[in-house]
Structure formats: structure tokens, C-alpha cells
Design a protein around this ligand. Structure first.
Ligand code: NDP
Length: 292
């Protein structure tokens, strides 16, 4: 593989990821539905803004879109123009079954598909420290590993097509459990007269700690900063994909299934476009107190 790539989708994640690819010395063509964002990227990161048609002749195509639905739509549109030998690397937090379907369609044109969702948030994307979990053939993985190394730190082949998306969905479901559970516990402690900063100091030196208690709640909830980096609607979508993974496993999983119900309620009551941490505003509403 040469040092070229195309990146489709310059959202909160795709924009910094494509920028790091460009900064690492790759010649990067970028396409975004809203063209002004691609033009801004080209000016800031040295990429080249391209029309969708112009992206088809690429050795490696990255996509980072909200869901597998948008990936499937773009793949369908590009399919007649794609060249055999191209590798399509989808960094969307997508759906395993949809990805297997997309992979089968692309294979008809000799294009290989890898699902390569990422973890680490917008900070990890900016710092090129993402964890990237890749499903698909080991040969294709080896070919695009240098590209992935420009965007992430821990890059792991996890199994066949769809397995990266399955792992990502379960990871985010676990995160959703931790975030909500910590919110309930902290709201109760505040009502007992405990300062949430003190509670977090103890929890984070004890066994109840998680990314939610170590990072998300102290930085976003206690401070009331509520930065918008990862939409509540996207986290709920990930937990929904987690439910499909459970469906295929034939085992009872009452806690994880309840978590999906909880986030659907939070998404409805708060706002799908709110930051994911704002789910805890629903707990605060129920408790009649702020976790602050
Ligand atoms: P954003 O909402 O910030 O960006 C979405 C991107 O998709 C934009 O480039 C948008 O284009 C484009 N898009 C939306 N709809 C369409 C469409 N119908 N056709 C073509 N392009 C479309 O999302 P994120 O970057 O936050 O998330 C992208 C993926 O990464 C999601 O699957 C998410 O779950 C995952 N993720 C997000 C993390 C985060 O912290 N934000 C962390 C890890 C994974 P336009 O500019 O025109 O709106």
C-alpha cells in the first residue's frame, strides 16, 4: 500500500482522525456531506477536498459516519466506481450484521471491508491515542496497519468481519452501565450530604471506580461544563447494537437489557443531540438535586 488514503465523514471523530493521517505524511483525500467542513479540513490539515466520485479510485477508504446505514448508502453509491484491491476501513461504531452485508456487496467489486471502530473519544482522536479494534481478514489488516497507527495507539485484530463492531458495542454498553449506575449512586450520596467531589475521591481510590467516575463525571457533570463531544443518541445506538449481539448469543442478560431501556428513556427525556453525560440530568431531575 502506498501512502495515500481517502476519508469519508469529518464529524467529531473523523475530522481529527483524518488530520492525524495527513500529519503522519499520508496524502489524504477527504469528503464530507457538508462540503464546507471538508474545505476547512483541507485548509487546516493539508488534505485535499474531493467529490464523492473522486474518492472511488483509492487504495484505502476510511469511513466514520453515525451508523452502518449511512455507510451502506455510501458504499452502494460508490460501488460501480470502486477498483478491485481497494480496502474499505469503516471506523463507524456500526452494526455487525450490516457490516457483513456491506462486506459481501463490496466483495463483488473485489473490495475488502474491515470494521475498525475506535474508542478514546474526541480527545483520543485528536491525540492519535485511540484504541482501534479491527474485524476482517488478517492480510487486509496488515496492509492498513500503518494507516491505523497514525490515528491510534492500541490497534488490535479481533476476529472476522463484524467482530470489531460487536466488541465496540459491548464495550460501550459496559460504559453506559457504569455511567448510569455512578449517577444513581452519586445522587443518593449528595442527598446524604456527601460532596460529590469527596465521594469521587473515595470511589476512585476504591473498587467502584470506572471511566465514568474517573473522567466523565468529574470533568462534565460535577463541573457543569457539559462539553458536547459524543451524542447521547450515538451512545444509545451503541447500546442498541449491544442488544443485537446479546440476541445472537442466546443467554439471559437482564442488567445489560435494562440499560438499553434506561438510555432510551434518557434519550427521549433529555435530547438525542445532548452530550452522553447529560443522561445524568434525568437522574438529577428525579432526585431533585444536582451532582455538583
Ligand atoms: P458526528 O455527529 O460528529 O459526525 C457525523 C458525520 O457523519 C458528519 O461528518 C456528518 O456529515 C456525517 N453524516 C451524517 N449523516 C450522513 C449521511 N446521511 N450521509 C453522509 N454523511 C453523513 O459523529 P461522531 O464523529 O461523534 O461519530 C461518528 C461515529 O464514531 C459514530 O458511529 C459514533 O458512535 C462513533 N464514535 C464517536 C465517539 C465520540 O466521542 N464522538 C467516540 C468513538 C466512536 P455533516 O458534517 O454533513 O453533518
Amino acid at each position: 500500500m502506498g501512502k495515500t488514503a481517502t476519508f469519508l465523514g469529518l464529524g467529531a471523530m473523523g475530522y481529527p482522525m483524518a488530520c492525524n493521517l495527513s500529519n503522519a505524511g499520508f496524502e489524504v483525500k477527504v469528503w464530507n456531506r457538508t462540503t464546507s467542513r471538508a474545505e476547512e479540513h483541507s485548509a487546516a490539515c493539508g488534505s485535499e477536498t474531493a467529490s464523492l466520485d473522486e474518492t472511488a479510485a483509492s487504495e484505502v477508504i476510511f469511513s466514520c459516519l453515525p451508523t452502518s446505514r449511512e455507510v451502506a448508502e455510501l458504499a452502494k453509491e460508490l460501488l460501480p466506481h470502486l477498483e478491485a484491491g481497494t480496502i474499505w476501513v469503516d471506523c463507524t461504531s456500526g452494526d455487525p450484521a450490516a457490516s457483513r452485508q456491506i462486506a459481501a456487496e463490496l466483495a463483488k467489486a473485489g473490495v475488502e471491508f474491515l470494521d475498525a471502530p475506535v474508542s478514546g473519544g474526541t480527545d483520543g482522536a485528536a491525540a492519535a491515542t485511540l484504541t482501534i479494534m479491527v474485524g476482517g481478514s488478517k492480510e487486509a489488516f496488515a496492509k492498513v496497519k500503518p494507516h491505523l497507527e497514525a490515528m491510534g495507539e492500541k490497534i488490535i485484530h479481533v476476529g472476522p468481519v463484524g467482530s470489531g463492531h460487536a466488541l465496540k458495542a459491548i464495550n460501550n454498553t459496559l460504559f453506559a452501565v457504569n455511567l448510569w449506575a455512578a449517577g444513581e449512586g452519586l445522587a443518593a450520596l449528595v442527598k446524604q450530604g456527601v460532596d460529590p467531589r469527596v465521594a469521587l475521591e473515595v470511589i476512585n481510590a476504591s473498587t467502584g471506580r470506572s471511566n465514568a467516575t474517573e473522567n466523565v463525571i468529574p470533568q462534565r457533570v460535577v463541573t457543569r461544563a457539559w462539553p458536547h463531544t459524543f451524542k447521547l443518541g450515538l451512545l444509545t445506538k451503541d447500546v442498541g447494537i449491544g442488544m443485537k449481539v446479546l440476541d445472537g448469543a442466546d443467554l439471559p442478560a437482564p442488567l445489560l437489557r435494562l440499560t438499553y431501556e434506561v438510555y432510551q428513556i434518557a434519550k427521549r427525556e433529555i435530547d438525542p443531540d445532548a452530550d452522553h453525560a447529560e443522561a445524568l440530568k434525568l437522574i438529577e431531575r428525579w432526585a431533585g438535586t444536582e451532582i455538583a
